[in-house]
Structures are given as C-alpha cells and as structure tokens.
Write a protein that binds this ligand. Sequence first.
Ligand code: ASP
Length: 306
Amino acid sequence: MYTLLVHGGAGKIQENAFDEHAKGAKEAVNAGVEILKSGGSAMDAVEAAVKVMEDNPIFNAGTGAVLTFEGEVEMDAAIAYGPNLDFGAVAGVKNIRHPISLARLVMEKTDHVLLAGKGANDFAKLMGFEFHDPVTEQRRAQWEKYRKDFINGNYRDWPKLRELFKEHPEFLHGTVGAVAIDSHGETAAATSTGGVFLKLLGRVGDTPIPGAGTYATPYGAASSTGLGEGMMRILLTKTALDFIRDGLDAQHAAEAAINCLDNIIGTDAGIIVVDRNGNVGIYHNTPNMTWAYIKDGMDEIESGNT
Ligand code: ASP
C-alpha cells in the first residue's frame, strides 16, 4: 500500500493556467511514485516530488520563487519523517536550486532542526550545493508591478499587507508540498516555498516551522500553503494530524483543521493530508489550490485546481 499527494499552492489561479499547474503537479507525482512502487521510502518520494516542482518556474519554490520587498529571493523548506517526528528545515536560504534537499541534510547531518539565513547558506556550501539564481524574468516583472501598487497604497505595516493578500489571493499560490505513506507504513511530508510576495527581508513563514506548514507523525503527514502568519499561530498541520489521531480520516481532518483556522484567525490557507490508511485529504478556503495524487491500485494520477 502507498499513497503520494502533492500541492502546488493555494490562492487564485487564472483558468487558462489550470492545465499547466495540474501538469506540473502530475510530473511531481510521477517522479515520487516510481520510488514508492519499487518499495522505496516516503521520505525519498516526497523529496523527489518537491524537487521536480522546485525546478518548475510556475511554482513559488526554488526556481521561480517570489521576491521580497527588496527584490531578493529568500526560500524556506522543510521535511518531516513521521515514525519518530524527525524534522529538518531551512529558512531564508538564498541562491540554491533545491532547498528541500538542504532541509533533509539538516535533519540527517546535524543535530539541529532548523537553520536560517547565512548559517543555512554556509551549510549549503559545506554540503557542496552550487550557486543557482532562482529569479525568473516573469517573477521580477510581477515584483515590479506589485511593488508599485503596494507603494501607491501607502504601505505602513503588516495589517495592510494582509489586506492586500485578501484582495489579491494570486500573491499566495505557488508554494509546493508533498505527503506520502510508503509500503512500510512510514509517513513523510515536505514543503518548499519562496514565501509571500513583498515580504520583508528576514520574514520566515509557516513552511519550516514544525507543525505549522509541515508535519508528519505515525498517524499521517500534512503540508500546507497560504498566508503563513495565520498557519503558524494555529499550527495547521499539527492540528490536522491531531484530528487524525483522534479518529478522523484524512479528508475530514483537512476540513476540520481549515475550519479551526477560519473560525479563529480567518486567513487564506490550503492543506494536503495523508492518513496511515493511505486516504488523502485536500481542502482550502482560497479560490484555488493545485493538487495531484496517486494511490496503490489506481491506474492514473488524479489532479485538479479546485
Ligand atoms: N505558506 C507560505 C508562506 O507563508 C506561502 C504560500 O503557501 O504560498 O511562506
């Protein structure tokens, strides 16, 4: 038995881009499922799936990540191993191709859980990661436009930024994530992001925080997307996995977790969840979220943007 489910971010996706997003998500599932089919681990599968999406410039992770207010790219990524709650993450890392692989090395090669900023980049160099410029022309053009709009709106502090994200949910979509359970019953989750457009330098979102944007336990695995400032406060992925521990299946747990967020904080979010029975859960309160999955026994990958 195995299941692999990925997301390509919650927000607003233009209808004419639906196919391209779904195709990108399916390519990621294809990369990961080969590993699961041959008896490989959920950890290897979620890392492989996320790497494919980090290389796809339509997603806000790795190449194509969004720019900070200052015009730089600072990326967050995390990987979680369910059986013993192991976790590795990087925050604010620059100029590498696969932040998700660096996050995994933090877990496997250090005694830490999260490396940030210069320390994360120094560790990347030590691990042999080469310089890679993740800025695409399209992202820079979007940044120029959004920054102008932003400045004309008399930006002063974060409440304004949150209002802006509410009016323009397209600012958010694009983060990527994957959750899986393998034939040994082990769960894993991985998430990678450029964060949110026009974030301040040094801003860290939910993605690398255990239980916020990424989490895996013996009961399941979850990866979320949306405005990190809300998801960090409610620990969205941990909330979903606690619901599974208490008896809900993956879909009901995903819905219950987003409902908790809606009731208390009310920010934009989406989540993917797999439970230990291999069920999938997909839920979001945004207009769109790209997703794709395959379970043992299915002939074809299912995918969608709603
Ligand atoms: N959750 C990410 C963050 O706040 C953004 C996203 O999912 O698009 O950093």
